[in-house]
Design a protein around this ligand. Sequence first.
Ligand code: RP5
Length: 174
Amino acid sequence: MQGKDVANVTVGILMGSASDAEVMLKAKEVLDEFGVASEVRAISAHRTPKIVCDWAENAEGRGVKVIIAAAGMAAHLAGIVAAHTQLPVIGVPLAGGLVGGLDALLSTVQMPKGTPVATVSVGAHGAINAALLAVKILSLGDAELRKKLTSYYRKQVEEVLLRDNELSLQVAPQ
Ligand code: RP5
């Protein structure tokens, strides 16, 4: 069973379980900010392997250009998706298993040659970076997205400088 159809899907966000949603919806928030349409699915490489493989094989035909695949523990979701599509796959390892997600990190990043998974950091930071990386990939062929990225990073600099200024004022001698 699949949720409601998303028109003009550009990024597919997969996660191994609905229990990953709190973290992975942060990726969707970033994509929404850039006006990039996404499709979110919670399907598992080991519990629903056929559904995952079918989804990956049909993704390109449905307009998906970049896939973000997130899972915790023995995180083989990104790898199995990458094995079933020529689209770029960004893997997000999730915490919840051993040593703060070290198990998922190694499972996601250590792909043998031939089937690349571009792996980002563990958890929420990784989810956000995966979305930004997807936007960067898409921006190679989209001047509007390039402009949005430029202003996103300009805003990031302004926010850092604002916090820097606040901190300086806080510690300044009275
Ligand atoms: C992985 O196992 C999922 O990605 C999730 O991070 C972890 C636990 O899944 P649940 O037992 O919460 O469904 O496949």
